[in-house]
Design a protein around this ligand. Structure first.
Ligand code: SF4
Length: 169
């Protein structure tokens, strides 16, 4: 994998189910979490999917009209932090907000070695939907998340206060 490419499972130019408003969504390829009941098992193998230039995606984001933000999902996007950073920076330059779905928790990213190398990525995000999917806690009624353990986190406020601040959605 080169610095200027990212391996993805797919993308959607206009989605209304991966965060508020209309959003450009990128599904990254590769996930180590293996949650029981995962809806996207085809995204797990890091060698599957398609390797694309990050600049092709950022160009498409800039040229897509009628979107409110981007959502980076997977798979586990934080397995390819260099690409998350570039997409988030491009989105912010275009005036779009950035949501990211991860199987790690905010605390794992901040305080454990588990995902330590991706801690700096938090500064590039507006909202983090965190935690593994837990099948026994699943409900179709949860907005923007699959199971009740997952949290929709206001990242700038959480970094500012040093504790998790959840969005009231
Ligand atoms: S983190 Fe997401 S993509 Fe990965 S196994 Fe869990 S539900 Fe599936």
């Amino acid at each position: 994998m080169k610095d200027d490419t990212v391996r993805i499972a797919g993308k959607i130019r206009h989605s209304s189910v991966n965060g508020p408003g209309v959003r450009y969504v990128v599904f990254f390829q590769g996930c180590p979490h293996k949650c029981k009941g995962c809806q996207n098992p085809e995204t797990h193998d890091p060698l599957e999917g398609e390797e694309v230039y990050i600049s092709d995606i950022t160009d498409e984001i800039k040229n897509t009209r009628y979107i409110d933000g981007i959502t980076i999902s997977g798979g586990e996007p934080l397995m390819q932090p260099h690409a998350v950073k570039k997409l988030a920076e491009a989105a912010h330059l275009t005036g779009l907000d950035v949501w990211l779905y991860t199987g790690w928790t905010f605390e794992e990213i901040m305080f454990d070695d588990t995902a330590k190398e991706v801690k700096n990525i938090l500064e590039d995000l507006d909202v983090l939907v965190d935690g593994r999917f837990v099948e026994s806690l699943k409900s179709e009624g949860y907005l923007y998340r699959g199971s009740s353990n997952q949290r929709i986190i206001d990242v700038p406020a959480s970094l500012d206060r040093g504790t998790v601040i959840q969005l009231d959605l």
